[in-house]
Design a protein around this ligand. Structure first.
Ligand code: SF4
Length: 187
């Protein structure tokens, strides 16, 4: 095993332990915390049960059970989509957002902020590594909207070239299940 693989394994184990600790503090399971973290970053095409199943590689049944617990504990709500009939968007409640404060993410970001220049290079390297591994595993990439091949900037604001719908500014900083990498021919 290379040193890089070893470091990634150690980091993964450390983060898993931190997620378990965060979950235990709130009487939750790790998957509950992970789903809340996901929903806070997901755009309106991705805050759906099917997208959660794809993102974590879990069954729809597991997603349903997870969402039922989070809803019962008052940590998330379901909002119907004004344009797409039966589609339900999953939103964190203020209680759900407060569960995520002082989480492992803040501790990682504090450590990264002390190494700002290396953090930019690290992000690029990790993104490329993740993309390569997702391709091998046949998983969707779930990239950042404004870095998507379909992302359009028009006079009236941002637009999705795939759905042709306007994008609110706050949506463009979120992750999307329909995200597509910009190829060298398009960049
Ligand atoms: S531009 Fe890409 S990432 Fe953004 S909403 Fe459209 S498909 Fe999703």
């Amino acid at each position: 095993m290379s040193q890089t693989s070893l470091l990634l394994e150690r980091l993964g184990a450390l983060i898993q332990q931190s997620v378990r600790d965060d979950a235990a503090r709130h009487g939750l399971l790790p998957i509950h915390i992970q789903v809340l973290h996901y929903l806070v970053r997901a755009n309106r095409y991705s805050d759906l049960p099917i997208a959660i199943a794809e993102y974590f590689g879990i069954t729809r049944g597991t997603v349903s059970q997870t969402l039922a617990v989070l809803e019962r504990k008052g940590l998330l709500t379901k909002e119907s989509d004004a344009r797409h009939g039966k589609r339900l968007h999953l939103k964190l409640t203020p209680a759900g957002e407060s569960v995520l404060s002082e989480s492992w993410v803040e501790r990682v970001e504090e450590a990264l902020s002390e190494r700002a220049i290396e953090a930019v290079a690290l992000e690029s390297t990790l993104r490329n590594l993740l993309s390569a591994m997702q391709r091998v595993n046949g998983q969707r990439a779930f990239g950042l909207c404004r870095q998507c091949a379909h992302f359009l900037t028009e006079e009236s604001g941002a637009r999705c070239g795939l759905t042709h719908e306007a994008l609110a500014t706050e949506q463009t900083d979120r992750i999307c299940r329909e995200w597509t990498a910009v190829t060298s021919e398009r960049s």
